[in-house]
Design a protein around this ligand. Structure first.
Ligand SMILES: C[S@@+](CC[C@H](N)C(=O)[O-])C[C@H]1O[C@@H](n2cnc3c(N)ncnc32)[C@H](O)[C@@H]1O
Length: 332
């Protein structure tokens, strides 16, 4: 890979063309404007640094991706030289902190803050067969789950996430895999045109509690789906009766921007009231300090530091510790 400015047109042009070809010209035009704003008019201060890190990753011969294993894995047919190994390490270190994964780049294991594979293992048994489906993954982070969805047979996967470092982490995998119908767009849910009605499955995992208006988020998600399409929603919940939800006074587990943690029954009612059908809770799991922790690739504080040391079932603010539910529902 060669050092160059971030060429967003080359990066996103093929997807923009595909959207146009698929009858989504309005989205393609809007996206183009948003990308101009993001990369030309208001470029992120770390853009050059991340592009440099990406360009340090060594060119290798033929690459095989194993996207169906717990670590999304890249293998090269040839052993890396010590120089290539050094470039690889430097490039990947330059894209720290790595939060969502894990990944294995030619034997270099990226132990991410999150065991995102554990979430996939909880969610994937309940999904409709992904074969041939067009999938949207809202708030996809580094795109870890997008790779797993592709491995599950999806025809096309589009992840969206406003975090630009996540885009570069995603590209560090994608650049080795070549032309593959998996893309990550650095945009927010609110940047999508309303009522695309095009996706067979839409995922929203770890996003709802960040939305000040969770019902609008559910309506926006519904708008992305074709009739009969499937919503996969994963979010923080609390114990409590139907109708109950927790709104933290300020931070929750040190996280800013956490608005509503509903009980499972409340969440089901929200889905019902926003017009989904057949909503069912398929999993409820407490997040542990084995699933979310600091690692050599994410050296900042993590869950252990966000829980009350005297009572780890509570957050440092005294709220119930993180409990996550997965709900599946259909758009009628
Ligand atoms: C807790 S992470 C979840 C990542 C991944 N989906 C998972 O479950 O492991 C939440 C992600 O949502 C993204 N996000 C926050 N607000 C968003 C919005 N309005 N639209 C799309 N993504 C958003 C954040 O950048 C972050 O990467």
């Amino acid at each position: 890979m060669t050092m160059a400015d971030f060429d967003w047109k080359a990066r996103f042009g093929p997807l923009i063309n595909t959207l146009s070809d698929d009858g989504l010209e309005d989205w393609a035009a809007l996206l183009q404007q948003q990308l101009i704003r993001r990369f030309e008019e208001r470029p992120h201060g770390d853009l050059t640094r991340w592009q440099t890190a990406l360009s340090q990753l060594p060119d290798l011969g033929s690459i095989e991706g194993h996207l169906d294993s717990s670590a999304v894995t890249l293998e090269s047919s040839q052993a890396l030289t010590s120089e290539q190994q050094k470039q690889l390490e430097q490039g990947l270190r330059g894209l720290m902190p790595w939060r969502k994964g894990p990944f294995d780049f030619f034997g270099t294991y990226i132990d991410t803050e999150w065991r995102s594979d554990w979430k996939w293992d909880r969610v994937s048994p309940y999904l409709s067969d992904l074969s041939g489906r067009r999938i949207l993954d809202v708030g996809c982070g580094s795109g870890y789950h997008c790779w797993r969805m592709h491995a599950g047979g999806a025809k096309r996967v589009i992840g969206i996430d406003p975090g630009l470092l996540f885009l570069f982490q995603f590209l560090s995998v994608k650049d080795y895999l070549g032309d593959i119908p998996v893309d990550l767009l650095p945009i927010r849910m609110e940047d999508l045109p309303a009522d695309l009605e095009t996706f067979d499955t839409t995922f929203s995992m770890g996003v709802l509690y960040h939305r000040r208006s969770p019902l609008d988020h559910l309506l926006d998600l519904k708008g992305t789906l074709r009739k009969g399409g499937e919503l996969v929603l994963e979010t923080l919940v609390v114990d409590g009766p139907e109708g109950y939800s927790l709104m933290p006074e300020d931070r929750y587990g040190q996280m800013r921007n956490v608005w509503f943690l509903p009980s499972c029954d409340t969440l089901l009612r929200w889905l019902d009231r926003t017009g989904f059908r057949n909503a069912r809770v398929v999993d409820v799991t407490t997040t542990t300090t084995e699933e979310q922790r600091s690692t050599d690739w994410m050296r900042f504080n993590s869950l252990q530091d966000f829980l009350d040391p005297d009572n780890p079932s509570k957050t440092v603010e005294g709220y119930p510790g993180p409990l996550r539910a997965t709900v599946i529902a259909e758009k009628p």
